[in-house]
Design a protein around this ligand. Structure first.
Ligand code: NDP
Length: 259
């Protein structure tokens, strides 16, 4: 039986990993034996996170400053990871963010930004790391979507469309690359208690009780709960699973919102 959380000697590239779900995911991979490459745009936050991972896990952690909406920077990021570690085993396409606009107010610029951040970025990383995976005939990709990409969110059309697109990127990549030993799956979180979300709760943007009432499980998820699903898909326990999207959302996508 495979050791589910054993990632010893694996190299994992996590995009958007200076904070939130990406940071917790990278930390969890390192705690379970992996060397990690973490990427984001702000150098100070990224290096702080890398140092934390190194000092708490003893694993190697390379911080690469990159904007993953730019294919050139994606190429440089992947080259640096390969140079440093000699290979990549697992890619986590996590970078993304809500881009809000009603359809009525939507502009081409906002639409393009939403798509670039939430879909194009994952496609560029998949294409670049995919060359390496195809050469070695092995690799695992986990994409991070959102419940917005399953049921849609009013007022967030660029985000919802991008996050739906990443689910289809997952399926087609899984179908095309399955014969080459590459698995591709997708995790769709619901509202997750990241530092950013906690800040919004403290600032009164959301009310925790009101928010919690919308979920059958009566609370937002934690970054760890999302990371468990990501590590599961990346592990050998998921060796016969590909092309799937798993909602980690406390239930609203299957049960509807409570009234
Ligand atoms: P955060 O906003 O807390 O963190 C986002 C991370 O991505 C940061 O490290 C940020 O660093 C990095 N990032 C943002 N843009 C880019 C870019 N263009 N290139 C490289 N890195 C980038 O995100 P969350 O943890 O909340 O979300 C992680 C993923 O989960 C996202 O894809 C999000 O859409 C999805 N998700 C989150 C939910 C939630 O409730 N939190 C719910 C559903 C889905 P920097 O700014 O320095 O680049």
């Amino acid at each position: 039986m495979p050791a589910v959380w054993n990632f010893h000697d694996k190299v994992v590239l996590v995009t958007g990993a200076s904070q939130g779900i990406g940071a917790v995911t990278a930390q969890m991979f390192a705690e379970n034996g992996a060397d990690v490459v973490i990427a984001a745009r702000r150098p100070d936050e990224l290096e702080r996170r890398a140092e934390l991972i190194r000092s708490t896990t003893g694993r190697r952690c390379l911080a690469v400053v990159a904007d993953v909406t730019d294919p050139e920077q994606v190429k440089t990021m992947v080259d640096r990871a390969l140079e440093a570690f000699g290979g990549i085993d697992i890619l986590i396409n996590n970078a993304g963010n809500s881009v809000r606009s009603s359809l009525r107010k939507l502009t081409p610029e906002v639409w393009q930004w939403g798509r670039a951040l939430n879909l194009d970025s994952a496609a560029y990383c998949t294409m670049e790391v995919g060359k390496h995976f195809l050469e070695r005939k092995a690799g695992v990709i986990v994409n991070i979507s959102s419940v917005a990409g399953i049921s849609g969110t009013m007022g967030e059309v660029p985000y919802s469309a991008g996050k739906a697109g990443i689910q289809m990127l997952t399926r087609v990549a899984a179908a095309e690359w399955g014969p080459h030993g590459i698995r591709v799956n997708c995790v769709a979180p619901g509202m997750t208690a990241t530092e950013k979300m906690k800040g919004r709760l403290e600032a009164g943007v959301y009310n925790l009780e009101e928010v919690s009432a919308r979920f059958p499980l009566r609370r937002p998820g934690t970054c760890e709960e999302v990371a468990y699903a990501i590590l599961f898909f990346a592990s050998d326990y998921a060796s016969y699973i590909t092309g799937q999207t798993l909602a980690v959302d406390g239930g609203p996508t299957i049960a509807g919102f409570t009234d």
